[in-house]
Design a protein around this ligand. Structure first.
Ligand code: EPU
Length: 430
C-alpha cells in the first residue's frame, strides 16, 4: 500500500479505494456536521465586526478548509480545534485570490457578507462539483435588487454597492436557488429597512444558517417557507452555534446499508430531513424505522421499483439522485428517475454501465433495469455524490472494484471510508 499523503489541515490526499463487495454492513454510525450548512455559516460570519463566532460540529473536509482560508484572506483570525472553529475580528479586505474561492461553489456567498460589510468585492468565479450548467444570473439579480452593480472580468466578479448601509429590497427569485437565497439573506441582515424575499429556498441548511444569524442578533421571520422577511440591524454580536447533522451523509450511509443487504442504525441525525428518501425506500419494500434521532434499516427483500423526480426541498434532493440510482439496480422491476434541478447530473450512469448496469437515458430521465448480474470494475467519480454512488454499488457486488476520485469524496465527507470500515465493509484507501 502507498504511503498516505496528508496536507497541512490533516486532510488525507489519496488516489483510490479498493472494495471487496458482498459483505453485509452492520452496526451504528453517526453522520458528521452538514457540509452545506458549515460552508454558508462560515462565509456568513464575515458579517461580524470586532466580535467572534464559534461553530461546533464542523466537518473536517477540504471545502471547509478552503472556506476558512478565504476568511483568513479577508482579514479574520480563525482557530480550528477538531470540529470546533472560531472566527474573530472584522473583514478588512474585499479582494480574494483565486487560490480557494475558485475551487468551491459556496465561495459565492462571500458576495452577500462582504458587500454588506465593506460595500464591494472582487471574488473569483466559483468552482464546485461538475454537475452541468451552474449559472449565477439569479445571484446577480439579487445583488441588483439591493442596488449593487456587478461586472465579470478575467474570471472575477467585481461588485460595488452605491452606499452603505445597503437599502432593503423586495425580490421574487425566479427559482428557489439555495445559495442565491443565502446571498439575499446576508445582504438584507445589515440593510436599512425591511426586506421581503419571495420564492426562496426552504432547505434545512437555510434554516440552520438563520438559526445562527438569529443568535447573532439578526431579525428574520418566515424561514422554511416561501417568504422570508428581514428587518435590518446595524451590527451583529458574538455567537456560538452547533452545525446540524449532514442529511446527505445520513442518506449516503442509509444507502450503504441497503446496497450491501445489511442492517444497522444511523444515530444522532434528523430523520425528518430524509423523509423523501425514507418514503421511496419503504415503497420498494425496505423496512425503515424511525425512532427519535435514529433511523434503523432492516434488511428486507426489495419488492418494487420506484419513480422519482428531484425538486427543491422538501422534494427529493438532486444530491441524492446518483445515490438512489443504485437502488434501481436491485429492484425487481424498472425504476425511473428524472432530475429537474441539474439536468445533466448523470456522470454516474456511464461508470455504472462499466459494471454491467442497464440504464437507459433520455435527456434528464433515466430508466434503471436490473436485468444483469453486475461485476466489479475500475471506475472514477468526479463529484462527491457520484463517488458515493459508485462506492455503494461496489459494496453490493460480490467482486473487487477500484474507485478513483477520492479527493472529490473528501470535499464532502470526512472519514467516510473509516465509517464504512467500522460497519464491516472491506474497503481500503490506497
Ligand atoms: N440556477 C440558475 N441561476 C443561478 C443559480 C442557480 O439558473 O444563478 C439553477 C441551477 O443551474 C440549478 C438550480 O438553479 O439548475 C438549482 O441550483 P442552486 O442555485 O439551488 O444550487 P447551489 O445553491 O449552487 C446548492 C448545493 C448543491 C445542491 C444544490 C441544489 C451548496 C454549497 N451547494 O448549490 O450541493 O446540489 O444547492 O440543492 O450548498 C453537493 O453538495 O453535492 C451539491 C452540489
Amino acid at each position: 500500500m502507498k504511503e498516505r499523503i496528508v496536507d497541512d489541515k490533516n486532510i488525507i490526499k489519496s488516489n483510490y479505494v479498493q472494495i471487496r463487495g458482498g459483505t453485509k454492513l452492520k452496526g451504528t454510525v453517526k453522520p458528521d456536521g452538514a457540509k452545506n450548512s458549515a460552508l454558508i455559516q462560515l462565509a456568513a460570519t464575515a458579517l461580524i465586526e470586532d466580535s467572534w463566532v464559534t461553530l461546533e460540529n464542523v466537518p473536517m473536509i477540504s471545502d471547509v478548509h478552503d472556506t476558512i482560508m478565504m476568511l483568513g484572506e479577508c482579514g479574520f483570525i480563525t482557530k480550528q480545534e477538531g470540529s470546533k472553529v472560531t472566527i474573530a475580528g472584522s473583514a478588512s479586505t474585499s479582494t480574494f485570490s483565486d487560490l480557494y474561492g475558485s475551487k468551491i461553489r459556496a465561495s459565492l456567498v462571500f458576495l452577500g457578507s462582504i458587500i454588506a460589510r465593506l460595500g464591494e468585492i472582487k471574488l473569483p468565479l466559483p468552482g464546485g462539483d461538475k454537475i452541468g450548467e451552474r449559472p449565477i444570473d439569479i445571484h446577480m439579480e439579487v445583488m441588483k435588487s439591493f442596488g449593487i452593480e456587478t461586472t465579470i472580468k478575467n474570471g472575477y466578479i467585481h461588485a460595488r454597492a452605491k452606499e452603505l448601509p445597503l437599502k432593503s429590497s423586495s425580490i421574487y427569485l425566479r427559482y428557489p436557488s439555495v445559495l442565491a437565497t443565502v446571498n439575499a439573506i446576508l445582504l438584507a441582515i445589515l440593510a436599512e429597512g425591511k426586506s421581503i424575499l419571495m420564492n426562496v429556498a426552504k432547505e434545512p441548511e437555510i434554516v440552520d444558517l438563520t438559526n445562527l444569524l438569529t443568535k447573532m442578533g439578526a431579525c428574520i421571520t418566515g424561514v422554511g417557507t416561501d417568504k422570508i422577511t428581514i428587518v435590518g440591524v446595524s451590527s451583529l454580536k458574538s455567537a456560538h452555534h452547533e452545525i446540524m447533522p449532514d442529511r446527505l451523509e445520513t442518506a449516503a450511509l442509509i444507502m450503504s446499508f441497503v446496497m450491501s443487504n445489511g442492517k444497522g442504525t444511523i444515530e444522532k441525525t434528523i430523520p425528518e430531513h430524509n423523509e423523501p428518501l425514507i418514503q421511496v425506500l419503504r415503497s420498494c419494500g425496505i423496512d425503515v424505522n424511525v425512532e427519535g434521532d435514529r433511523i434503523h434499516i432492516i434488511d428486507s427483500p426489495i419488492t418494487q421499483g420506484f419513480r422519482i423526480e428531484t425538486r427543491p426541498y422538501p422534494g427529493f434532493a438532486t444530491d441524492l439522485q446518483p445515490i438512489i440510482t443504485t437502488l434501481g439496480l436491485k429492484c425487481p422491476e424498472p425504476s425511473v428517475i428524472t432530475d429537474t434541478v441539474f439536468k445533466e447530473r448523470f456522470a454516474h450512469v456511464n461508470e455504472l454501465r462499466k459494471m454491467g448496469a442497464n440504464i437507459e437515458r433520455v435527456e434528464n430521465t433515466i430508466r434503471v433495469i436490473a436485468d444483469q448480474k453486475l461485476t466489479g470494475a475500475t471506475l472514477e467519480g468526479n463529484d462527491i455524490r457520484t463517488v458515493v454512488s459508485l462506492i455503494n454499488t461496489a459494496l453490493s457486488i460480490n467482486d473487487e472494484s477500484i474507485i478513483y476520485g477520492i479527493s472529490h469524496l473528501e470535499r464532502g465527507h470526512s472519514n467516510f471510508i473509516n465509517k464504512l470500515k467500522h460497519l464491516n465493509a472491506e474497503i481500503d484507501l490506497v
